[in-house]
Design a protein around this ligand. Sequence first.
Ligand code: CP
Ligand code: NVA
Length: 303
Amino acid sequence: MKHYLQFNDLTADEYAYLFERAALIKRKFKAYEKHHPLADRTLAMIFEKASTRTRVSFEAGMYQLGGSVVHLTTGDSQLGRAEPIEDSAKVISRMVDLVMIRTFEQTKIERFAAHSRVPVINGLTNEFHPCQILADIFTFIEHRGSIQGKTVAWVGDGNNMANTWLQASEILGFKVHVSTPNGYEVDQSVAGIRSSDSYQVFKSPLQACQGADLVTTDVWTSMGFEAENEARRKAFADWCVDAEMMAAAKPQALFMHCLPAHRGEEVEADVIDGPQSVVWDEAENRMHVQKALMEYLLLGRQA
Ligand code: CP
Ligand code: NVA
């Protein structure tokens, strides 16, 4: 049994399969062709933080695969009343075939997975957001072909998205230019990467964008860190992706943002709403790649 708790949980070969499979699943969806490999299977979705895209993409995706979903939140389940994670994992995983969790510390999802009888998928933790990077790379491939050997500029917080980009760069063979404000750097040990070979740190966000094939950013304050809002607004003021940064990147560079976005903070409106932005494809592709992922975790490779 395989879990998907961080990007490192799958190999380059498995990703190559998933990207091809997601493309097929997407084509079938667009042609209104039925694809029901998970008929009679149930996905439990546990949300300890808010969500729009993750909820809709997993829920719609599972129904489209012929299955059904159960939606749980901290507030409306015993999870919010201190039932041990291990007990919750044992119970929930006896009744469903697959579990998706969005929570705080990565250790929480690891504890759940250690006691689960069924595969567990990370729908975002403080440390990682693997399903998002899966969608982002699929989107890059759709627009520009293989990401191998390319350069991704990360402008902003050394957060769950940044960590996951770093893991992906080691596995899929591309480079990440990272520029964060002082005090918000990526931490190689938290990111869980083997070396610093696949990334380079830049003080200036403009320099990080130079020659990039993809420029990407994220909110200044991630969920769970709201108490730091004011300090972050000051620290991140220069980490706003603007037209000058996009002009420093390659002419064919794409812009991505996992969303939700704050125009005028981490990105200017003319960039996110401009011609290089692929954020709506990126959001839609969450559903297609996660359908491929759920099918793979439950059924393995399909001929
Ligand atoms: N990008 C993303 O995970 O969005 P949600 O928080 O809306 O799920
Ligand atoms: N880094 C953001 C991503 C939201 C999808 C957060 O964790 O809130």
